[in-house]
Design a protein around this ligand. Structure first.
Ligand code: AFD
Ligand code: MN
Ligand code: MN
Length: 408
């Protein structure tokens, strides 16, 4: 037995003692897929400056090439989300077949309604009907793109909001938002989903038209079963119990997807799991526990959650930052799969507060390295994806692209 086999055998024994069957855990880990965003590979910055880096993709095709590197070493990222018009191309079927050639699929289509000058005072909520029409037409154009490339999910985030009391009519804007969403919803095919994202601040600071999960949930309910809520982990006030929101939305069959990132103060582009890995673990604990629910509809909600990264890295190397991010997600998911739910339930029924807390925390405290190695080995993936990427020549080769690549 070599070292890694010995480590795995020991791990398996420890988990057996905790009542965990690793065969099931391994199958669940093999099924994990995390979408990466095309905009995470381009140049980005703060609101003060977009930094131009050497080697950044110059077009959507090159963004997919970089994304393929992340998938190649991690085996976790078979699809890439696109942002329109940032990833606008003449021929979407060509973009699709190119992606397929790289072993990738095009994932969620993200309409962009915050780039044009017209949208300064709002897009779908603008007081000018012509601007609202323009914004709605863009949403409809994105449905057509999704049809052409066979994407299931349309992810919607709006920069709409106001900076001053009285600047806009909040109730009118609410109705206008619904009108636009409804027009889009009606244009979708039965297999498509609309994922509605919320954010309580930025770029508007007095009010945001879609400020929290309750507003997103309300629109999703009014629209119908193909509309669900997207939880961007960085879009909450400090101290918000995100896993509670997750559990609640799953229970209402309204959780459609995640944008993973980490938010320290106001920015949400930091690497997921870098600052608060326990929160990420607790989010997955809720998901894993719902995955075992008696009700089929709850299980199906969980099985259809779209896991996506939403990060644009400014000071990090872009491809390694994406690798780090998806590995952090995989690690916390692996730990959550080690929770013994019977032990938790028994402690809960005894009203044993510390016993229940221990049952959850003890899974987090397991070192899952041997498990992740085994899962990677099973698929012929490098045991250390980061090291595999860094020791390849890809990072150096792309420097030939020069500076001044695509930016958001
Ligand atoms: C911005 C928003 C939001 C959105 C993303 C892509 O904060 O997270 O998902 O752009 O549109 O980062
Ligand atoms: Mn987001
Ligand atoms: Mn964001």
């Amino acid at each position: 037995m070599n070292v890694s086999d010995r480590a795995y055998a020991l791990f398996e024994e420890q988990q057996r003692a905790r009542g965990i069957d690793l065969n099931q855990v391994r199958a669940q880990l093999q099924a994990l897929a995390i979408e990466t965003p095309s905009w995470g590979y381009g140049d980005s910055g703060t609101r003060f400056k977009v930094f131009q880096k050497e080697g950044v993709p110059r077009n959507p095709y090159e963004k997919f090439e970089d994304a393929a590197q992340v998938h190649q070493v991690t085996g976790l990222c078979p699809s890439v989300a696109i942002h329109i018009p940032w990833d606008k191309v003449d021929d979407y079927s060509k973009l699709k077949s190119n992606a397929e050639g790289l072993g990738l699929a095009i994932g969620a289509v993200n309409p962009n309604l915050f780039q044009e000058d017209e949208y300064m005072l709002g897009s779908v909520t603008n007081a000018d009907p012509a601007i609202r029409r323009q914004a709605t037409d863009h949403l409809l154009a994105c449905v057509d793109i999704a049809k052409e490339i066979g994407s299931r999910d349309l992810s919607l985030w709006f920069a709409d909001g106001t900076n001053y009391p009285g600047q806009g009519d909040i109730r009118k804007r609410k109705a206008w938002m619904f009108e636009a969403l409804q027009a889009m919803y009606k244009a979708m095919t039965p297999s498509m989903r609309m994922l509605i994202e919320y954010k309580f601040f930025e770029p508007a600071f007095y009010h945001t038209d879609l400020a929290d999960w309750g507003m997103a949930y309300n629109y999703a309910c009014k629209l119908g079963p193909q509309a669900q809520v997207l939880v961007d982990t960085g879009h909450h006030a400090q101290g918000t119990n995100v896993e509670h929101i997750v559990a609640y939305l799953i229970d209402e069959q309204k959780l459609g997807g995640f944008h993973f990132n980490s938010r320290k103060y106001a920015d949400d582009d930091l690497i997921v799991g870098s600052m608060n890995p326990y929160e990420l673990f607790l989010i997955f604990y809720q998901i894993v526990s719902a995955a075992n629910d008696d009700e089929a509809a709850i299980r199906s909600t969980v099985n259809n959650i779209a896991y996506m990264i939403d990060q644009s890295h400014n000071i990090e190397q872009k491809i390694p930052a994406m690798i780090r991010s998806v590995m952090n997600v995989q690690t916390q998911y692996a730990k959550a799969l080690l929770v013994n739910h019977e032990e938790v339930a028994e402690a809960q029924s005894r009203q044993d507060v510390l016993g229940a807390e221990h049952a959850v925390r003890s899974a987090y405290e397991c070192d899952v390295t041997p498990l992740l190695h085994a899962v990677r080995e099973e698929r012929g993936l490098p045991l250390d994806p980061m090291q595999a990427y860094l020791s390849s020549s890809y990072g150096k080769d792309i420097l030939a692209r020069g500076r001044g690549g695509a930016s958001w």
